[in-house]
Design a protein around this ligand. Structure first.
Ligand SMILES: Nc1nc2c(c(=O)[nH]1)N[C@H]1C(S)=C(S)[C@@H](COP(=O)(O)OP(=O)(O)OC[C@H]3O[C@@H](n4cnc5c(N)ncnc54)[C@H](O)[C@@H]3O)O[C@H]1N2
Ligand code: MOO
Length: 410
């Protein structure tokens, strides 16, 4: 009877056991997109920084124009003009108006802005056709963010909107966990780099795992270096692994982890302290390995060893390597996304199934027809992978299921 394998969650936990967030660095906002804040960021200046006009028009005291009605206007002398960027601190005397542009500081003493459309746009004197309530068309200092309060919290994945907010509250640089460095080491003497002329090389196939995993790690925000293909030789593999660990925060290997005569990754690492090779209760992706090596500078570099079969390599990367990348980046390891099944799916009693599926409507997914376990064509055609945990009965239409989205992050 085959080993049922350890549960998916237990294997994730094993990997995360040797992963800690990367030490924070301070980077300019322009370099921070996609990185995670390592501390709360407080506002250096309020937003808005000062009371400013929200419309082009006239700053007034609301009381001075309270009697204005269409047909019974009020006239006020215009004391001056202030535009956005004028380095002035104007003062409004009672019974006067300042001509003011959107974004300009509201003169002290004014408490409302009358838009041009309600006036004759006069320059020396202005006719105001209607009353305005106090505070109308003024954006108050600090009404959005008050100086000294938290603008962006610790643990935020910095998107363009967060960077804009940080800039707006006077922040030029931010403390973040740096982008992780991932080494992808593919193994297998059958592998040829993709532009190799295969005609004279019977038994060889294009290396697609390097392409997939380099791109997947980049899409997850990592800086990636590819090593290999490494032939089935433990000495060469250990050399490449040691080299890879020197400049990586995580090493991902593919191939050579099952039961064959040439399963080089397992042969090279299985007896090392801290390494584990065995079965995970999942299909595809049953044979897996994990451990850590020590770089020459003393860093512990986690190693995630994925099976070579391309669909298993990709889905295992998403399930087992990405949580480690999230932790390195300062995020929570899990990023569970769910969808509703449009049609039932079979489950397995003893293992998680990973199945290609497409969206049939927003939030509703259906397994792709013709699933044969290792089809790279179906993986490429899918929108999501269903992650169906072990169970006793098929999951019904309408049931919620965890998914791995396959699109690129927005
Ligand atoms: N006797 C057993 N045989 C196998 C078992 C088992 O339990 N007992 N498990 C099977 C399962 S499940 C999987 S998955 C594979 C995983 O094997 P390995 O990780 O050792 O991978 P390889 O043997 O190196 O390769 C498997 C397959 O994938 C192709 N491959 C590998 N690397 C690449 C690449 N970079 N690009 C494209 N294709 C690649 C390789 O040529 C093989 O066809 O083991 C089963 N066997
Ligand atoms: O576990 Mo493997 O099912 O062929 O990826």
């Amino acid at each position: 009877m085959a080993d049922p394998g350890v549960p998916v969650g237990a294997h994730v936990e094993r990997i995360l056991g040797s992963v800690t967030p990367l030490a924070p660095v301070t980077v300019p906002l322009g370099d921070a997109v996609g990185l995670v804040t390592a501390a709360d960021v407080t506002a250096a200046v309020s937003l808005p920084r000062f009371d400013h006009a929200a419309m082009d028009g006239y700053a007034v005291r609301a009381a001075d124009v309270a009697s204005a009605r269409p047909g019974a206007p009020v006239a006020l002398p215009v004391a001056g003009v202030v535009a956005a960027g004028d380095a002035v601190e104007p003062v409004l005397a009672p019974g006067t108006a300042w001509r003011i542009m959107t974004g300009a500081p509201v003169p002290a003493g004014a408490d409302a802005v009358v838009p041009f459309e309600w006036t004759d746009r006069g320059r020396a004197q202005v006719r105001i056709d209607d009353a305005v309530p106090v505070a109308r068309h003024i954006r108050r200092a600090g009404e959005d963010v008050v100086e000294g309060t938290v603008a962006v919290a610790h643990g935020t994945v910095l998107a363009p909107r967060h960077l804009a907010l940080l800039a707006a509250v006077g922040t030029a640089a931010v403390s973040v966990h740096p982008a992780s460095r991932v080494a992808v080491v593919v193994t297998g003497q059958e592998l040829a780099v993709p532009d190799t002329e295969l005609a004279g090389l019977p038994g060889h196939i294009p290396d697609s795992n390097s392409v997939a995993l380099v791109a997947a790690a980049r899409a997850a925000g990592a800086q990636v270096t590819a090593y290999g293909p490494v032939p089935d030789d433990t000495r060469l593999l250990l050399e490449q692994l040691a080299l890879a660990a020197e400049t990586a925060d995580l090493v991902v290997t593919t191939g050579g982890v099952s039961a064959g005569d040439h399963d080089v990754v397992k042969a090279a690492l299985r007896d090392r302290e801290g390494f584990w090779f065995g079965s995970v209760a999942i299909k595809p992706g049953r044979p897996q390995g994990a451990g850590a090596v020590t770089a020459s500078d003393g860093r512990t570099v986690p190693v995630v060893s994925l099976p070579g079969t391309p669909v298993a390599a990709y889905s295992s990367f998403r399930l087992f390597a990405e949580p480690a990348l999230r932790v390195l980046a300062g995020q929570r390891p899990d990023a569970v996304v769910r969808a509703i099944l449009d049609v039932p799916v079979d489950v397995a009693a003893d293992r998680t199934l990973v199945l290609p599926a497409t969206y049939v409507a927003p939030g509703r997914v259906a397994q792709l027809a013709g699933h044969v376990g290792h089809s790279q064509r179906l993986l490429a055609a899918a929108d999501v992978l269903l992650v169906v945990p072990p169970g006793d009965a098929p999951l019904a239409a309408g049931a919620e299921v965890a998914i791995l989205p396959l699109g690129l992050p927005a």
